[in-house]
Design a protein around this ligand. Structure first.
Ligand code: HEM
Length: 433
């Protein structure tokens, strides 16, 4: 079994223990598959950037479940096909373009809080998932999913569940055989396909150029004049549905949790909102002055990185840190561990947004902090996400103070991304009622 059982029992604890017991480079095995765990920024740099050509995405991304979910979109494709997709999608994520999404982000956050009642208890994980899904779909596909949002959110949440236990025989079997779990997964996938295909069909029917990512993808033509078919479009849209909302929602949920635990930081956060925004709505122009809010986001992604681990597979013989690595080796790097490494972060377990000064960032080894990955496959939506997270925190923080529910302990749940196990329950208190 290799380390499968141990990993599955307590993934985060296992990740930490391996480094503590064996150091920065650890050989291991999941069933018959050789695995290498890398903890030091130097080796992480080598895999993600310097020698990126020696690797492709890890085998888990090629599983049936994952393929059914996002197909062969930007996140999962490789080689020339990936390059073409990345080139196609890039314009939607350029800085000037991303700036135009700011108003939507603020408006949707305001719309969410408009329904909040003073003193009520809310689950911020759930609220943030809804909000970020609505935002990404509106910004990139000019579509409104407010009627489907609960349904889509719940379907996605139910679909990603199997990833919580990827390193189990049960998961491997469910992935390949028509077990009840397998059948259920595929039924849910069909449900969510319907929403995505509807968005595509509506745009094809209207023939309108909205100037958004969907119009760009629809306009793409190969040399022979053929465009993307519905299946290819579905894969791209679904990839962005998933990659573009869950991670952002999680960072927001963890940020509320950390602010709730750290009243001094919360005070400073509110003070910044008061001095920079007053009663006005946050805009793109305010971003450069919402410094502390941005530091909160960075510190939250350090302690609770939504992508808590990255995987690659060696495709040719290579060397890492003096060790020979044969093709087929699965190589894992863990933001969860490296972001909490005392060699790079003083008092690593403490929430200290103020540590993120320009001087600190300048001396930090580049690959000691990599919430968005790095190298050619780095997150395409990083500036989209940073802007969204700062604007959403600011817009909600201006209106409400969020107090953690003392009867609701928050635990980590390392599924496909790092979730709060049963959400983050808070009492919302209107500021300046
Ligand atoms: C806090 C928010 C986010 C985090 C932490 C995050 C993290 C990541 C990471 C770590 C990767 C690299 C995966 C790898 O190397 O295997 C990635 C890739 C990607 N992300 Fe994000 N992401 C976030 C937000 C977004 C948003 C808002 C979008 C789109 C709107 C997005 C779209 C993508 C896509 C399409 C890829 C694949 C890029 C490629 O392979 O060329 N992400 N993200």
């Amino acid at each position: 079994m290799g380390v499968m059982r141990e990993f599955n029992r307590d993934a985060l604890g296992f990740i930490e223990r391996m480094q503590r017991d064996y150091g920065d480079i650890v050989w291991s095995r999941f069933l018959y598959v050789p695995a290498l765990f890398l903890y030091h920024p130097n080796e992480i740099e080598s895999v993600l950037t310097t020698n990126a050509k020696n690797f492709r995405k890890a085998m888990t991304l090629r599983s049936n479940f994952f393929q059914r979910l996002v197909g062969n979109g930007l996140l999962t494709s490789e080689g020339e096909e990936w390059k073409r997709k990345r080139r196609l999608s890039n314009p939607a994520f350029h800085r000037e373009r991303v700036a135009t999404y700011a108003t939507t982000m603020v408006d949707y956050a305001k719309r969410l809080t408009a329904n909040w009642r003073n003193g009520e208890t809310r689950d911020m994980h759930r609220d943030m998932m809804r909000l970020t899904l609505e935002i990404v779909v509106r910004c990139l596909f000019s579509a409104d999913v407010s009627h489907d949002v609960d349904h889509v959110g719940e379907t996605l949440a139910a679909m990603v569940k199997p990833f919580a236990a990827q390193a189990t025989l049960k998961w491997i079997l469910n992935n390949r055989l028509p077990t009840p779990e397998h059948v259920r997964f595929h039924r849910l996938a069909r449900k969510i396909d319907k929403v995505v295909y509807r968005i595509i069909a509506e745009r094809r029917a209207s023939g309108k150029d909205e100037g958004d990512l969907l119009s760009m993808l629809l306009a793409v033509q190969d040399e022979d004049g053929s465009g993307m078919n519905d299946q290819q479009l579905r894969d791209e849209v679904m990839t962005l549905f998933l990659a573009g909302h869950e991670t952002t929602a999680l960072t927001l949920a963890w940020s509320w949790y950390l602010l709730g635990q750290n009243p001094e930081a919360e005070k400073r956060f509110h003070a910044e909102l008061g001095s920079v925004l007053g009663d006005g709505d946050a805009t793109f122009a305010d971003l450069s002055r919402l410094k502390y809010t941005e530091q909160i986001v960075k510190e939250s992604m350090r302690l609770y990185p939504p992508a808590y681990g990255l995987g690659r597979e060696a495709i040719k013989d290579c060397e890492i840190g003096g060790y020979h690595v044969p093709p087929g080796t699965q190589v894992f790097m863990f933001q969860w561990a490296t972001h909490r490494d005392a060699r790079f972060f003083e008092a690593p377990l403490r929430f200290k947004p103020e540590r993120w000064t320009a001087e600190f960032e300048a001396q930090l080894p580049k690959y000691a902090y990599f919430p968005f990955g790095a190298g050619p496959r780095a997150c395409i939506g990083a500036s989209f996400a940073m802007m969204e997270m700062v604007l959403v925190l600011a817009t909600i923080g201006q209106r409400f103070r969020l107090q953690l529910d003392p009867n609701h302990p928050v635990e980590t749940y390392p599924a496909m991304s790092l979730r709060p196990k049963d959400g983050v329950k808070v009492k919302v208190e209107r500021r300046n009622p």
